[in-house]
Every structure is written in structure tokens, then in C-alpha cells.
Write a protein that binds this ligand. Structure first.
Ligand SMILES: Nc1ncnc2c1ncn2[C@@H]1O[C@H](COP(=O)(O)OP(=O)(O)OP(=O)(O)O)[C@@H](O)[C@H]1O
Length: 221
């Protein structure tokens, strides 16, 4: 992707659930290669904002747009990779099949999916685990597979919702190393929600959320 390209623009975004305003009037911009940590207390709206950025939820008000990703028939999971707090691997598929599935869902052929999965597993040093079932993995290994699944389609934007929350600090640091080096290699933007100040400290930009808003998000543009 072109350097400086705008991957996402949120304009006066809001998302309400009944009486709860989870996201309130957030305007923000993400450009290619940005490394953004969304921080804030539990319930401040981080996950809700990430879901709007990933396009898996619609705002109640305002506008979400992905200028650099337009023109792609399938924005997700092709151009946007998502890593959740828990790996959420399909239990009856082995590691390679779990990763290949995301590529298939992005519209690639079975052969392309197999090749892309092998490449993603190699990138994340998971080749040796390709034949394992999810229950045969440690938590850290499973989360690395989840990263492989998110990046196998060569996305322009990776959205990660507390990807290290369930890991001990050494495993979390390793996962973050792997995630950062992978998005560097892809030239993708990364937006990551975290409670962990060490994790947030490794990102270039911090969006501190409080009560559904981000006072400084516009400063990233
Ligand atoms: N699907 C939903 N239905 C109803 N309320 C919701 C829903 N999703 C989120 N909320 C509410 O919106 C607010 C923000 O939630 P959100 O999960 O975005 O916060 P968060 O900062 O990610 O929290 P945490 O750090 O605990 O994951 C909370 O008050 C939450 O209860």
C-alpha cells in the first residue's frame, strides 16, 4: 500500500446500545503503517471502536470509511485482519486448515489458500505446529496461530483486541514482537486495544479512551 495512504477515517462516530453510549463522537484517522494503541478503563469503549474500525459493526451515527481499501470487493477478511482476545480457532481443523480457511473466505482458491497459510505459518515460525489441533497448543502458540490467520490474506489493516490479555508477560512480549514484525513486513497499519502500558508503550500513537471518546484521536492525522 502507498505510504501515507489513509486506511480508515471515522467521522463523528457513535455507537449506542440501548441507553449506553459505548462510542461518542469519535473522529479519527488511520494511515498506512500507523501503530496505534487504544487504551482506557474497562467499559470505556475500546472493543466497540475496534469493531467499527474493522467493519464488523455499524455506527449508530457518523461515518466509517476505508479510502485506501475501496475497490476491493471483500474488505474483510481480505484487506482487514482481526485478532481477538482469545484465539477462537475452529477445534476440528488443524492449525494449517484454520489459517487457510481465512484465505478461502477472502475469495482465494483452495491452492492459493494452502500456499498463503503455509507462508503465514512460516512467517510466524509455526511450521512445526501445522498439523496440530487447537487443543494441542499452548495459549501463546494458539494466539500466534490467530495472528497467522489474521495476516495470511496480506491485509492492509490489522485490528487486534487485547491480543495479549490472556498471556503471561514473557509470552505477551513475544507475541507483540511477532505481531509488530509481521505488520512491518506487510506494510500494514495496526490498531490494538490494550490495558497493558508496556504493550501500549511499544506503539507509536496512543488513543486514550474515556467514556466512549478519544480526546486526542484527531492528532494522528
Ligand atoms: N453488544 C452490546 N450490548 C450492550 N452493551 C454493550 C455491547 N457491547 C458493549 N456494550 C457496552 O458498551 C460499553 C463499552 O464496551 P466495550 O466492550 O467497548 O468496552 P471496552 O473498553 O472494550 O471494555 P473491556 O476493556 O472491559 O473489554 C460498556 O458499557 C458495555 O457494557
Amino acid at each position: 500500500m502507498e505510504r501515507g495512504a489513509t486506511v480508515f477515517v471515522g467521522t463523528h462516530l457513535s455507537r449506542t446500545f440501548g441507553q449506553v453510549a459505548a462510542v461518542r463522537d469519535v473522529s479519527c484517522r488511520i494511515t498506512a503503517t500507523d501503530r496505534i494503541a487504544v487504551t482506557g478503563a474497562s467499559g470505556s469503549g475500546k472493543s466497540t471502536l475496534l469493531q467499527l474500525i474493522a467493519g464488523i459493526d455499524d455506527p449508530s451515527g457518523g461515518r466509517a470509511a476505508w479510502p485506501a481499501l475501496d475497490g476491493h470487493p471483500r474488505r474483510r477478511p481480505g484487506r482487514i485482519g482481526i485478532v481477538f482476545q482469545s484465539p477462537a480457532l475452529l477445534p476440528t481443523l488443524d492449525v494449517h486448515e484454520n489459517v487457510a480457511l481465512s484465505v478461502l473466505l477472502a475469495g482465494q482458491s483452495a491452492g492459493q489458500a494452502r500456499r498463503a497459510a503455509s507462508e503465514a505459518l512460516r512467517l510466524l515460525h509455526l511450521d512445526d505446529l501445522a498439523d496440530r489441533l487447537p487443543h494441542e497448543l499452548s495459549g501463546g502458540q494458539a494466539q500466534r496461530v490467530a495472528v497467522a490467520r489474521a495476516v495470511a490474506t496480506n491485509p492492509d489493516l490489522v485490528v487486534a483486541d487485547e491480543p495479549t490479555a490472556a498471556l503471561d508477560s514473557a509470552t505477551a512480549a513475544h507475541l507483540l514482537d511477532v505481531l509488530l514484525s509481521t505488520v512491518d513486513r506487510l506494510g500494514a497499519a495496526l490498531v490494538l486495544a490494550t490495558h497493558d502500558s508496556t504493550v501500549a508503550g511499544r506503539m507509536d500513537i496512543r488513543w486514550p479512551m474515556a467514556d466512549g471518546t478519544i480526546p486526542t484521536a484527531k492528532a494522528s492525522s
